[in-house]
Every structure is written in structure tokens, then in C-alpha cells.
Design a protein around this ligand. Structure first.
Ligand SMILES: [Zn+2]
Ligand SMILES: [Zn+2]
Length: 360
């Protein structure tokens, strides 16, 4: 579809999956010419999110092939449209999950574009001109400036890339619950993967006592020593779970496999809140007794709005927070997918799109 759109004049080299095998191979396509409100960005790095793997294989039944995944993008602005505000050629820029929204509804007007009914994603979405969106597994991207953020000068472009999805996903619940500016709360992070490890870093940077809750005892050393977690609960260990009963003010649940929320709710203090940001393919079990005896709240959230995304990037710059990454070359994306499917990564793969270990 995109190839036949008249103003799609910029030729781009990328990497796409063509079918449900999810196998990624080189793919050349066209992007739109830089419009008045667009910026064109030379991509340096793109993180590999679990969503990319699901979409490449059509696990959710909504994939439009060929699909160019990638929504954790950092790069340098090369072109700026005449109505663009706040960006100039040469700026360090980041693009996350959002490519478009209506710009006019209550959510767009309150900088919660991520809840706009007409919101479109950076890849496998449909842009305003009717073309299918292609993501960051490519050397150039064109984006409306309202969905672009600045990347602070002190952050490395590779390790900053996953902040655009993993980072904002865990940042917004903390902000929504007033946990950015009010330290010394007891926070639990369930699951220590791409999302969880950033959540631990945020929790510590914002002055909280952070407990990691995991099924893997082998992750304790890493959680405490490298990420700075204060406590570690093995969720399959009844002694640990009993000792942790009613100790936490807030829990961020990042697990992407089906599980029962009941035992974890037992760790919350009365009136505590658990926010679900993982996306299991199967149902989560939520026993009513766990809710009513603890007066607990369970809620969800998806990424964050653009204003929050910039705020998060700026705070990451201030506190020097980045993701722990393993950089791979584009010809190793398939291997990275296999290892990601086996949870064999600490904690995020990032594709070196520009082909060099840039120090930008
Ligand atoms: Zn993602
Ligand atoms: Zn809207």
C-alpha cells in the first residue's frame, strides 16, 4: 500500500517479516516525503520489544505483512518541515510507539494521546494518509513532530532507545501514583525483564525501597547487586511470601505470562494498588477475596502520552538512567528473536541500525 502512495518518495532500507514465520530479512520500501509537520530521522538504534516478536509472527492476528517492526527508536534529525516546532536538523531524537492520533479529543488535548480512539502505532498502524506504518528496523523514519521526543545529551543513544517503550511503560504508573516526587515508599516490581529492570532503576532513582518479586531465585544477586533492589521475594517460596505479607504500598506487575494475582495482592498493604503493564496472552486470575480483604486496587495502563515521554527522558538524563542492553547487528535480528523468545537477554536487545557503535 505504502509503495503506491504518491508522495512516498523517500527510499528506505529496512528489515521486515513477510509471513507468519516471523523471519526477518532485508526489505526496501518508500516513506512519505517530509511534510510541513514532519521530521525525517536517520535512525541509529532500535530496541527489540517483545511486541515486535508477537507482531512479526502474527500472534495477535492483526499483522499486515510485510511488517517492519521497531518502536524504540533513536536517531538524528535530517529534515524538518516548516511548521515543526521545537526540533531542528541535527537534534538527537527518539520515537516510541505512537505515530498518529486525532489531536482533537479529550485525551489528545490532555496529552494522553495513548488513549485516543484514533491512535495509530509506529508500525502495523495506518497513518493519516492511509499508508501502513513501518517501524524502526530501518535506516530512516518520517514522523510528525508531535510524536517525537528529545534525547538528553548525556544519554547514550543505544541504551536510551528502549526507554521509548519499556521505560515509559513503567514510568507512567509511577507518575500516576505520585511516586516521582514523594520518596520512601515501598514498591514491588513483579518480573525482572525488559520492563522490570527499568522499573527497579526508576524506583531507586526516585528514592523508594524496591522489592523484586520473581519466580527465579537465580535473579536475586543481579537484582540486588547490579540494579540496587533492596529486597527479593521468590514468589514460589511460601516463607518469602508470608514474610512479605502486607508490606508494599504499590506493585508494578510486568509479567507477560498468565498467573494468579491473588498471592501477589497479599503483599500489598491495605488500600494498596497493583498496576498491570505486562500483556499475557492468557487470562489473569483475580480472586475476589484477595481484593476485598485488602481493599486493593488492580488497574492497567499502556505506555504514556508524549508530554510524559519527554518528562521521562529528561528525568533519565538527570538521573543517568538507561536500559541494560545487548547490541546486535541487523543480520542477527532473527537470532535475537530466538533468544528473546527464550528470555535469554539482559535485558534488551538493541539493533545497531547505523552499523557502527556510535558514541553520539
Ligand atoms: Zn514495546
Ligand atoms: Zn485523540
Amino acid at each position: 500500500m505504502a509503495q503506491t502512495t504518491p508522495n512516498h518518495t523517500q527510499t528506505v532500507s529496512g528489515w521486515a517479516a513477510q509471513d507468519t514465520s516471523g523471519h526477518i530479512s532485508p526489505y526496501t520500501f518508500k516513506r512519505r516525503e517530509n511534510g510541513d509537520t514532519d521530521v525525517t530521522i536517520d535512525i541509529l538504534y532500535c530496541g527489540v520489544c517483545h511486541t515486535d516478536l508477537h507482531q512479526a509472527k502474527n500472534d495477535w492476528g492483526i499483522t499486515m505483512y510485510p511488517i517492519v517492526p521497531g518502536h524504540e527508536i533513536t536517531g538524528i534529525i535530517r529534515k524538518v518541515g516548516k511548521k515543526v516546532e521545537g526540533f531542528k536538523v541535527g537534534d538527537r531524537a527518539g520515537i516510541g510507539c505512537l505515530a498518529a492520533s486525532c489531536l482533537d479529543c479529550e485525551f489528545c488535548r490532555s496529552s494522553q494521546e495513548n488513549y485516543c480512539d484514533k491512535m495509530q502505532f509506529t508500525y502495523n498502524g495506518v497513518f493519516w494518509d492511509g499508508s501502513i506504518t513501518y517501524g524502526g528496523y530501518s535506516n530512516v523514519i518520517v514522523s510528525d513532530y508531535r510524536y517525537v521526543v528529545h534525547v538528553p545529551e548525556n544519554l547514550p543513544m543505544d541504551a536510551a532507545a528502549p526507554l521509548l517503550c519499556a521505560g515509559i511503560t513503567v514510568f507512567t504508573p509511577l507518575k500516576d501514583h505520585n511516586l516521582i516526587e514523594s520518596p520512601r515508599k515501598k514498591i514491588g516490581v513483579v518480573g525482572l525483564g525488559g520492563l522490570g529492570h527499568v522499573a527497579v532503576k526508576f524506583g531507586k532513582a526516585f528514592g523508594h525501597h524496591v522489592t523484586v518479586i520473581s519466580t527465579s531465585p537465580s535473579k536475586e544477586k543481579e537484582a540486588r547487586e547490579r540494579l540496587g533492589a533492596d529486597d527479593f521475594i521468590v514468589s514460589t517460596n511460601p516463607t518469602h511470601m508470608q514474610a512479605g505479607r502486607r508490606t508494599l504500598d504499590f506493585i508494578l506487575n510486568t509479567v507477560s505470562a498468565g498467573h494468579s494475582l491473588g498471592p501477589i495482592l497479599g503483599l500489598l498493604k491495605v488500600n494498596g494498588t497493583m498496576v498491570i503493564v505486562g500483556a499475557p496472552g492468557s487470562l489473569l486470575e483475580l480472586p475476589a477475596f484477595s481484593l476485598i480483604f485488602g481493599k486493593s486496587t488492580v488497574k492497567g495502563g499502556i505506555i504514556g502520552g508524549m508530554k510524559e515521554t519527554q518528562e521521562m527522558m529528561d528525568l533519565c538524563g538527570k538521573h543517568n538512567i538507561t536500559c541494560d542492553i545487548e547490541v546486535v547487528k541487523p543480520d542477527n535480528i532473527n537470532k535475537a528473536f530466538q533468544r528473546l523468545a527464550a528470555n535469554d537477554v539482559k535485558y534488551r536487545f538493541v539493533i545497531d541500525i547505523a552499523g557502527s557503535r556510535s558514541s553520539l
